[in-house]
Design a protein around this ligand. Sequence first.
Ligand SMILES: [Zn+2]
Ligand SMILES: [Zn+2]
Length: 176
Amino acid sequence: MEKHEVRPLVQATLEKLLGPNNVVVEIQWKSRFTARAGDATYKLRPCPHGVIRLSLPIWELADDSERYQTVVHETCHVVQMYLHKPGEWSGGPHGYKWQQLMRKCGVKPERCHKVNTAPLKRRRQGEKFVIKCGCREHTLGVIQTQWVKEGKKRYRCRLCGQELKYENISQKLLVG
Ligand SMILES: [Zn+2]
Ligand SMILES: [Zn+2]
């Protein structure tokens, strides 16, 4: 699932929960947002609309199903706020009303995402990895190294054509 697929999924989720509707949702990408995968609000002014904010760094680390769940999770918050006042949520933002919406979408009503965000913490400390190919050494950031480890991305040396493999890490560098 890619970033441009978020909007269609929000629309489809709104339809599933509300039927034909004209709920407006603004989607914002936050590059400095790492405490949560996303959050949602429903603003009444200047005109009623939902706002879903998504963490770009966590999105990049998440797999397809984690991305899907995050978008549905936040859309359910918007629908909850659109349909009910906070006093009617029965159990807070992740209470019974929200859980019901999540189940209707076929998604387990879990409060927290399960994306492994450890690489983000290490990135803040400026860690890098040195990976050897057939001819020289390449330096990769923590996130890229994580991608290599999980097979989400492949990097090839442009000189020798060898793929950079996690097993070939020769050292860790701490920079900055
Ligand atoms: Zn939530
Ligand atoms: Zn090489």
